[in-house]
Ligand binder design. Structure first.
Ligand SMILES: Nc1nc2c(ncn2[C@@H]2O[C@H](COP(=O)(O)OP(=O)(O)OP(=O)(O)O)[C@@H](O)[C@H]2O)c(=O)[nH]1
Ligand SMILES: [Mg+2]
Length: 324
């Protein structure tokens, strides 16, 4: 693994005491389950709030935030340790450029991740977007083609700009439900995951408000319009995802240089062909036997005819033909 600087997670002290104690409790729970490192990969389209979310979770300004398209293509890893626990968060450049998937950025991300294990993917988008389109599907497909379908069992969809007033007279919950359903559908389609596969456990969706104008509760914690303190809630979701029974994604040589990881089932195609071939072989044998059988019958018939010909005809027969 590439060397990286692991700093003490001082940013945690920026949080109000209520948030700090919840976070430390969650880290303690992870340590009890023998989890001492956690690597979180953050991906999504450009400008959706990936870097801002990284900064919010860490309580530090580690990733550059810009209202305009970022220039750099390199991912940034930030490692923080606290009480024997290490948190790695990898911020990545937006995956879309000029309406297309930025293949170069994707390739750089894959190579950057070489030899690392991804425990959780935060797939970031905005809550205040009203449509999903083919580009969303392309982004999901690009992530799936790079890391395999399994990554979606390790994923949380994060929706930023969560402090909003819904349009069209919808209430907040209705709006959130509809936006979530539309996004889950596009994830399923883009990743070609069957409906049942994602339902249990359903892919979690977390709401995030990175703005400095985010409301706070009486303990000073940043809250969503429904009153949930979103930072500990998101970290709690992360701990749930890593214990949902699915495997983390190991980014090895095979994943980076090999074929699309989702095509591995196609390995069985030659076996199926071989099976079909042996099937047609038995068909051939059957025809062969029938053919042999046919000749034996023909031979017997021939023999009977010959025997009949050799027999002396009865009187009446001779009479009939005028021999008598
Ligand atoms: N109101 C509000 N603004 C946000 C939120 N998250 C991000 N922003 C703003 O959206 C803009 C883009 O945020 P970034 O965090 O740089 O987005 P990004 O996804 O990292 O962007 P790229 O790295 O360019 O792909 C910045 O102006 C942020 O301040 C949010 O939850 N609420
Ligand atoms: Mg960014």
């Amino acid at each position: 693994m590439a060397t990286q600087l692991i700093r003490e997670w001082t940013g945690i002290q920026q949080f109000p005491p209520a948030t700090q104690s919840k976070l430390l409790e969650l880290l303690g729970k992870l340590k009890q389950e023998n989890v001492s490192t956690l690597t979180i990969l953050v991906m999504g389209k450009g400008g959706v709030g990936k870097s801002s979310t990284v900064n919010s979770i860490l309580g530090e300004r580690v990733a550059a935030v810009s209202a305009f398209q970022s220039e750099g293509l390199r991912p940034v890893i930030c490692s923080r340790s606290r009480a024997g626990f290490t948190l790695n968060i990898i911020d990545t450049p937006g995956l879309v450029e000029g309406g297309y998937i930025n293949e170069r950025a994707l390739d750089i991300i894959k190579r950057f991740l070489f030899n690392r294990t991804i425990d959780v993917l935060l797939y970031v988008d905005r809550l205040d977007a009203y449509r999903v389109d083919n580009l969303d599907r392309q982004v999901i497909k690009a992530i799936t083609d790079s890391f395999g379908k399994g990554i979606w069992h390790r994923a949380i969809t994060v929706l930023t700009h969560a402090q909003l007033s819904p349009p069209d007279g919808l209430n907040y919950d209705e709006f959130f439900t509809r936006r979530s359903a539309a996004l889950l559908k596009v994830v399923r389609l883009g990743a070609r995951i069957k409906k049942q596969e994602l339902q249990d456990p359903a892919m979690p969706i977390a709401l995030v408000e990175n703005s400095g104008r985010c409301n706070v509760n009486e303990s000073g914690e940043k809250v969503l319009p429904n009153g949930t303190a979103w930072i500990p809630h998101l970290v709690n979701m992360i701990t749930e995802v890593i214990s949902n029974g699915s495997k983390p994604i190991v980014v090895d040589k095979k994943l980076i240089e090999g074929p699309n990881p989702n095509d591995r089932g196609k390995f069985f195609i030659p076996l199926i062909l071989a099976f079909q071939a042996s099937y047609s072989k038995s068909y051939f044998l059957l025809i062969h036997h029938l053919y042999k059988y046919f000749f034996v019958v023909k031979k017997i018939q021939q023999k009977i005819k010959e025997d009949i010909a050799l027999e002396i005809p009865p009187d009446w027969e001779l009479r009939d033909v005028g021999f008598s």
